[in-house]
Design a protein around this ligand. Structure first.
Ligand code: CUA
Length: 145
């Protein structure tokens, strides 16, 4: 192994270390919820919103050609919302533009993320994974009052 190769390996190792450190800082210091998968359960395929308490909600969001169910959601400011996400047909995207939330809706899989909505306003949910001829119309709105 020559000196150039050793330097490349050292730089690569350092970069991997920096990326892993950034993920841990995001999770533990900035308290950003990392998207995760929960075990598959058919119960998550019924779309709906469940209120846990005045500021805590669970949304069971089902993506399908070419809409999200539920399509309109309203939460009070300061709410913490657990999104459970699945698809009833093909792979869709799940992107809440203003919150930088990025998930994939995969048939047979459940994605989960938690989002805190502190500021009142309209948040736009769009599909950002090409899913067919109606892809560009696949969107929903989240209203925070
Ligand atoms: Cu669903 Cu693109």
């Amino acid at each position: 192994m020559d000196r150039f190769e050793k330097r490349i390996l050292l730089v690569t190792g350092l970069l991997i270390g920096v990326f892993l450190f950034a993920i841990l800082v995001a999770r533990d210091v900035k308290k950003i919820d990392l998207p995760s998968c929960v075990p598959y359960d058919r119960a998550y395929l019924e779309p709906g919103i469940k209120q846990i308490d005045s500021r805590t909600f669970s949304v069971f969001c089902v993506a399908g050609m070419w809409a999200f169910e539920p399509a309109d959601m309203t939460f009070p400011a300061g709410s913490e919302v657990d999104f459970y996400l699945s698809s009833k047909d093909v792979v869709h995207g799940f992107h809440i533009y203003e919150k930088n939330v990025n998930l994939m809706a995969v048939p047979g899989g459940i994605g989960k993320t938690t989002v805190r909505f502190d500021k009142p306003g309209i948040y736009h949910l769009v599909c950002h994974e090409y899913c067919g001829t109606g892809h560009q119309n696949m969107q929903a709105e989240i209203t925070v009052k």
